[in-house]
Design a protein around this ligand. Structure first.
Ligand code: DHB
Length: 388
């Protein structure tokens, strides 16, 4: 009775107007649940990825295929049980169409079963252990893998007079991947790995390992630690005076991370690393990226984690465009297979079979450019697959 009175008082024109307004304001929302370590030892990874994701959205708008993109950011503090709990909440309560982020390998692995069960795509923007993507059919990767980033360093070493190497890596997935890839590639080219040293991931104390490496007198010491630990490792390398003992320091670009490199000091000048991204990458896309990133983030320099976030968001937008806004998870993963575009890092694609990233890997040297330390690329290995 009451309802009929209201309808009558609004009248037909008013009703149509009201319906029109509600249709417009109810533009369908597509939620992206971003799970990152925003606090704790890997907080720099979270900060860089969030900034990359936000820059993509600022430059490309928040409407894709007629749908409004809404970002929900959750801090897992770097703890795998939290990543899993947050992924479950995002799927069940928030009904996200995408999960994304995952700052460390164990955090990504914890989310895989949630993505599989809910059939929700999970875009890996950071973690780099090669086997992660195969652990769920809903994983897609826009970061890198350690075998991908390591092999060029071994090739360069073998081709540049280095005969013996000691490796020192963080004792978990990506470190073990890196150690294995270096040894296989280097020994395949006639070199010898004298010792494989592994430091704990949490609160590492490198001194004893560095002393051991020094005592073995290799031509070079190869290093891998995750983003955020490079500065402390390189400080201890400097204190042990390995360079003075004639040992060349080499590694993956995780060690000479752009997030910390400029504060590490001139002792790093000349250090050779291999990696998928440098803030000094010489391309129009990267020059525009770095300038916009610095401006949006109070002069924070973008590192390799930031492009994992930026390109992860690119993959999400491109997938939604391909499905014309359909948020069925299986269709979205299908849409991401085979995507290819030019990133600030250079050309990249999502392998249609493995869902892993194919990208260029660069060999770089630490140089001073305009008073700042950068990883300056001098050789390119094109289109390296992330996993097979
Ligand atoms: C991983 C994390 C990092 O910060 C990094 O630089 C490489 C790999 C990882 O946990 O997979």
């Amino acid at each position: 009775m009451f309802r009929r009175q209201i309808l009558k008082s609004i009248g037909v024109a008013g009703l149509a107007l009201a319906t029109g307004i509600s249709a417009a304001s109810a533009q369908e929302v597509v939620k992206v649940g971003l799970i990152l370590p925003m606090t704790g030892p890997s907080a720099s990874t979270g900060r860089q990825i969030e900034a990359g994701v936000r820059l993509w959205m600022a430059q490309n708008g928040t409407t894709v295929a007629g749908k409004k993109i809404e970002l929900i950011i959750k801090d897992d503090t770097g703890a795998a049980d939290q990543s899993k709990r947050l992924a479950t909440e995002l799927v069940v309560n928030d009904k996200v169409a995408f999960l994304a982020g995952f700052g460390l390998t164990p955090l990504a692995l914890a989310v895989g079963p949630v993505a599989s069960q809910a059939k929700v795509p999970a875009v890996i923007m950071a973690a780099g252990t090669s086997t992660i993507v195969a652990s769920s059919p809903y994983f897609v990767r826009t970061s890198f893998t350690l075998p991908q980033n390591t092999a060029p360093m071994a090739q360069w070493s073998a081709a540049n007079g280095i005969k013996t190497v000691v490796t020192l890596v963080s004792d978990y997935g990506p470190g073990l991947d890196s150690e294995k890839a270096f040894k296989a590639e280097f020994e395949g080219k006639g070199g010898k790995v004298l010792e494989t040293l592994r430091a704990p991931l949490m609160n590492p104390e490198f001194a004893a390992f560095l002393q051991k490496a020094k005592d073995l007198k290799p031509d070079a010491l190869f290093l891998f630690v995750p983003s955020g630990q490079g500065a402390s490792l390189m400080k201890q390398v400097g204190e042990r005076e390995l360079a003075k003992a004639g040992i060349k320091i080499i590694g993956t670009g995780d060690v000479t991370d752009d997030d910390q490199l400029n504060g590490m000091g001139d002792a790093l000048i000349g250090m050779i690393t291999s990696h998928n991204y440098s803030a000094a990458h010489d391309s129009p896309e990267n020059k525009a990226y770095v300038a916009a990133f610095l401006k949006a983030n109070n002069n924070m320099r973008p590192n390799f984690m930031s492009v994992g976030g930026f390109d992860g968001m690119a993959a999400i937008y491109k997938a939604l465009e391909k499905t014309k806004g359909d948020t069925d998870g299986t269709k979205l993963v299908e849409a991401m297979k085979g995507l290819a575009w030019v990133s600030p890092r250079g050309p990249m694609s999502i392998d249609a079979t493995t869902r892993d990233i194919t990208q260029n890997v660069y060999v770089r040297e630490v140089k001073k450019v305009d008073g700042q330390l950068y990883n300056v690329e001098f050789a390119t290995i094109a289109n390296v697959k992330g996993s097979n």
